[in-house]
Design a protein around this ligand. Structure first.
Ligand SMILES: Nc1ncnc2c1ncn2[C@@H]1O[C@H](COP(=O)(O)OP(=O)(O)OP(=O)(O)O)[C@@H](O)[C@H]1O
Length: 219
């Protein structure tokens, strides 16, 4: 279970206070994936980061009693001056997993060859993305956080291999996906919410959420 209770979050822009969430309360139960629809720039990434524990709320409580992923595509957490091997072994230990298994899995998935033993700082953006994505697949979570659909890299063969494993994994896991497009949510969720002016409007079905969202965004 992942629960927000009276959570508020805003940013001071220098000219005004940008409200992301205003005393929002909701709960994600295991087995009931949730989609959040919100226009660009209204706080999707901030909400997902708060769910992952990467960002703190200003007020209210966020409770987690299950394994929650870092957001798919999240590029933090990997140290540039360490090799891919050192990074994945360290992260495996943090999660209480076998470093040999996690290293072997990541080596196989991301296919970086000799670069796997080079500092991550020497990697291209695409290589970094492959490493992060493979790490996410190597770990196992109860709730997966997805910011704007499936992550992808410029490597077509990797995308196919990793995408297939991810789709299999997500079949029996709970997903929270945030997007500005209802189409992205359709693949993952039944229940949905609409974020509007810091308020989260919850609906039992994606169709109901879509109706409000379309009404608001298309006039
Ligand atoms: N640390 C910060 N300080 C000030 N403003 C911030 C900060 N982080 C985010 N914002 C602002 O808060 C708003 C929401 O940002 P966020 O990245 O969560 O939105 P988003 O819906 O994910 O955006 P996009 O769809 O463009 O990726 C934006 O206006 C952004 O500029």
């Amino acid at each position: 279970m992942l629960e927000f209770e009276n959570v508020s979050k805003s940013f001071w822009t220098g000219a005004q206070r940008k409200v992301i969430l205003d005393r929002a309360s909701f709960r994600v139960e295991l087995g009931n994936s949730l989609g959040i629809l919100a226009p660009n720039g209204t706080g999707k990434t901030t909400i997902v980061n708060m769910m992952a524990g990467l960002e703190k709320p200003d007020e209210g409580a966020i409770r987690r009693n299950c394994r929650i992923s870092f957001p798919l595509g999240f590029m933090g957490g990997v140290v540039n001056r360490h090799t891919a091997r050192e990074n994945v072994r360290y992260i495996a230990r943090l999660y209480g997993l076998d470093p040999d298994y996690i290293e072997a899995f990541c080596r196989w998935i991301c296919n970086l060859e000799e670069y796997f033993d080079m500092p991550v700082g020497t990697f291209s953006q695409g290589m970094r993305a492959r490493l992060n994505f493979s790490l996410l697949l190597a770990l196992d979570f109860d709730i997966y956080l997805i910011d704007e659909g499936m992550p992808s890299t410029t490597d077509v063969a990797f995308n196919k291999r990793a995408g297939q494993i991810l789709r299999e994994r997500l079949k029996d896991r709970t997903i929270v996906v945030v997007s500005h497009k209802a189409q992205t949510l359709e693949k993952f969720c039944r229940t949905a919410a609409v974020l509007r002016d810091g308020r989260l409007h919850m609906f039992d079905t994606l169709e109901e959420a879509k109706a409000l969202y379309d009404y608001q965004t298309q006039g």
